[in-house]
Write a new protein. Structure first.
Length: 483
């Protein structure tokens, strides 16, 4: 009887263990907003306050410059969870070859906690680095991150050293990594500011950008396992969830990485692009759905704070008008000529990302922002569309971009206006006779000086002759005194 009781007790204990939630199913903290928080108004995204974000730590930067647009406890030490894989992937792209074949070790697939996200790699399995990167970034596979680390540096410890060196080089000051995957370790930490720096570096890599923007991917079959289908958990990039519309879908979203552990909470590093403006956000310790809501708030705030304009837009905000000469007296605008600006190649896409105040300042000081060079005199006649000069913009990074300045209207020449030097030269070159035609006026121009010279010579001769005659008539002097 005692044996039977023990048996039933053992069965009950096993059933109880089976019904317990797994480690991953343990409730992850869900922060809430303060009851006194400012009410968020989606109609006015430019009004955003720290207490309207669920995240304990957050930051938003402009991607091209790294300029901080919004921050909340951005220097607070936080656990990054799987957002760690951003740096893991970036270093793999910088130091590895996408086609190199990586062999899975037993160590890389050994974990000491339950329900770790993996793609079920097997020891001895071989995959190209490219497929491991998709697994790490799209599926957030921890086994793939470990294999990447060993393939790049030989051991995970050596790769972690590389991660910390790279973070320091990028400018991170409060970051320390202990593994390539982001599984919890008390000494594995960073800040929202440092993670934004890492994400900014990663998003400069076109292959990385392509991978983190991938929603679904199929890893080809290997010699050990069939093909694996993986999906991204970034809800900002999903128009629908099953058959239902996704209220967190954000059309401008372009990546990049989620992260979750019981200690880190829900984390998300996001990126979005609109009209040439690219933003990067970082959220640490926020809610499962709050990370999407927080990101949308941050992105809409950022887009409200920046403008994307072309050099032509700046010109049109403060168009140039010049004064002309020799214009017709019937011209109601008194010879004033407005100019228009067009791209030389007709397809230029250069854009300037700046705040509204910065854009206004550049437009109001256009001649300090751009180089203006005029290629012809502002003398009538002028034909609409005629090229009058160029405007050159010098971006901080890249080659100078040149635009043509065109006459916006035609201006007639005054009827009695003197000919310009260009007109005289043009007429001379167009005349087949190299000598000017002989006219009465030209004859007078030649004859008058000749006649005048002839008369002058005759007068001089007469005066000289008279002097000689007078001198000849005068008696010669004689000596009156003789010895």
């Amino acid at each position: 009887m005692n044996h039977l009781r023990r048996f039933f007790a053992l069965v009950c204990a096993l059933l109880t263990l089976c019904c317990l939630p797994t480690a991953y199913a343990i409730d992850i903290p869900e922060p809430t907003l303060s009851p006194d928080a400012n009410k968020y108004d989606a109609e006015h995204p430019e009004l955003l306050y720290e207490d309207q974000l669920y995240a304990a730590s957050a930051i938003l930067i402009e991607a091209s410059t790294g300029k901080v647009i919004f921050e909340k406890n951005a220097d607070q030490i936080m656990y990054p969870a799987s957002t760690t894989k951003i740096l893991t992937a970036l270093l793999a792209l910088e130091f590895g070859d996408l086609d190199q074949v990586c062999t899975v070790s037993e160590n890389a697939i050994t974990f000491y906690e339950d329900d770790v996200t993996t793609i079920d790699l097997r020891a001895g399995e071989q995959l190209p680095l490219r497929e491991l990167l998709y697994a790490a970034l799209v599926k957030s596979a921890n086994d793939a991150a470990n294999v990447i680390a060993e393939s790049i540096s030989g051991t995970m410890n050596d790769f972690v050293g590389l991660m910390n060196e790279a973070a320091a080089v990028y400018g991170c000051t409060n970051t320390n990594f202990t593994n390539p995957n982001g599984l919890h370790n008390d000494n594995h930490y960073t800040t929202a500011r440092d993670m934004a720096i890492i994400a900014q570096q990663a998003m400069k890599n076109e292959t990385f950008r392509k991978m983190v923007a991938t929603r679904d991917y199929t890893i080809p079959a290997t010699s050990m396992l069939r093909a694996r289908n993986i999906s991204n958990s970034n809800r900002l990039m999903m128009p629908t969830m099953g058959e239902n519309a996704n209220k967190y879908y954000f059309p401008d979203a372009i990546g990049i990485k989620t992260g979750t552990t019981t200690r880190a909470g829900y984390c998300f590093v996001g990126a979005a692009e609109r009209d040439g403006i690219e933003l990067i956000s970082v959220l640490f310790f926020t809610g499962e759905n709050a990370r999407w809501a927080d990101t949308i708030k941050l992105m809409n705030y950022g887009f409200s704070q920046y403008m994307s304009v072309t050099p032509i837009d700046l010109f049109n905000m403060n168009p140039v008008t010049v004064d002309t000469k020799n214009f017709s007296l019937e011209d109601t605008n008194m010879g004033k000529l407005p100019l228009t600006c067009v791209a030389k190649d007709g397809s230029n896409t250069t854009r300037i990302i700046a705040t509204p105040d910065e854009v206004d300042l550049m437009a109001s000081n256009l001649k300090d922002t751009m180089l203006f060079e005029y290629t012809r005199e502002f003398t009538a006649p002028i034909t609409a569309g005629e090229i009058m000069g160029t405007m050159t913009y010098f971006p901080e990074n890249g080659q100078p971009v040149e635009y043509n300045l065109l006459a916006a209207r035609s201006i007639d020449k005054r009827a009695n206006a003197p000919k310009t030097l260009e007109e005289i030269v043009a007429e001379t070159e167009a005349d087949p006779n190299p000598f000017p035609p002989f006219t009465f006026e030209m004859g007078m121009y030649i004859a008058v000086p000749v006649i005048g010279l002839y008369i002058l010579i005759r007068v001089l001769k007469k005066v000289t002759h008279r002097r000689r005659v007078r001198n000849a008539r005068m008696p010669k002097p004689t000596n009156r005194y003789l010895k």
